[in-house]
Design a protein around this ligand. Structure first.
Ligand code: THU
Length: 132
């Protein structure tokens, strides 16, 4: 996949969204994270009866990738079925920053891409291991 082509990454996030467990919010999200070697690792949100133990699509993708041995990341696509783009929540920004650094982010819905961002712009003045 070429560095400028987001088509495949967004398509992977759309497919991952179909696996979402969103029985409570009915808000399905898919994410596709690209590793430095070009591997795509996907995630979807997983809700459960406690509500509070819900995990977002972005963190599922990152934790899956880390658990499979990936350590360097370049981009993430995030998809929801909304007219306005769905940006990563604060918890996901923190985790993406800690393990992915200044990722490129594409937000998309089921039809089109809605915006591109850099994680450092979504999480200014981050707390991370450099400060420990
Ligand atoms: N959610 C995500 O998976 N990613 C986001 O970027 C925003 C929110 C999920 C969590 C919950 O299952 C549902 O969307 C509603 O908040």
């Amino acid at each position: 996949m070429s560095a400028s082509d987001w088509t495949e990454l967004v398509a992977a996030a759309r497919r991952a969204r179909e696996h979402a467990h969103a029985a409570f919010s009915h808000f399905k999200v898919g994410a596709a994270l690209e590793t430095a070697d070009g591997t795509i690792v996907t995630g979807c949100n997983v809700e459960n009866a406690t509500y509070g133990l819900t995990i977002c699509a972005e963190r599922v993708a990152m934790f899956k990738a880390l658990s499979e041995g990936h350590r360097a990341f370049t981009r993430i696509a995030i998809v929801a079925d909304t007219a306005d783009p769905t940006p990563p929540c604060g918890a996901c920004r923190q985790i993406l920053w800690e393990f992915g650094g200044d990722l490129e982010i594409a937000l998309a819905n089921l039809r089109e891409e809605k915006g591109r961002y850099r994680l450092k712009d979504l999480l200014p003045l981050p707390f991370d291991a450099r400060l420990l």
